[in-house]
Design a protein around this ligand. Structure first.
Ligand code: AMP
Length: 114
């Protein structure tokens, strides 16, 4: 898999505002936020998107959602609500080919998104 901008963030080659980090997961503020809280949760393992997941990635997925729970509490949006988004592939406008969960919140969001 080719290196993405997120690999560079994982390797600390470019800066990001990191809000959570473990051996397997990293979370940082989106550079172009669409809401008061907009954080990306990514696996440190290079996984292109949901289609690329295998049974070996179960722990990573669990760790990503554990990260979400901790972050929404820290960001104060656990009770007010938030949206989790995974853009997957071309039609979904996935722009970075490294699996990521958007955590979006801090205001009342609109629906539908398209
Ligand atoms: P997606 O369109 O779902 O692939 O989302 C990619 C997200 O990565 C977008 O919301 C971008 O704003 C965000 N992004 C791209 N480069 C950076 C960066 N260097 N630091 C933080 N967020 C970034």
């Amino acid at each position: 898999m080719s290196e993405t901008i997120f690999s560079k963030i994982i390797n600390k080659e470019i800066p990001a505002t990191i809000v959570y980090e473990t051996d397997t997961v990293l979370a940082f503020k989106d550079i172009n936020p669409v809401a008061p809280v907009h954080i990306l949760v990514i696996p440190k393992k290079e996984i292109k998107n949901v289609n690329s997941l295998t049974g070996d990635d179960k722990d990573i997925l669990s760790n990503m959602f554990e990260a979400v729970k901790i972050i929404v509490e820290e960001q104060g949006i656990k009770e007010s609500g938030y949206r989790l988004v995974i853009n997957n592939g071309k039609d979904a406008l996935q722009s970075v080919e490294h699996l990521h969960i958007h955590i979006i919140g801090g205001k009342e969001l609109k629906w539908p998104p398209c």
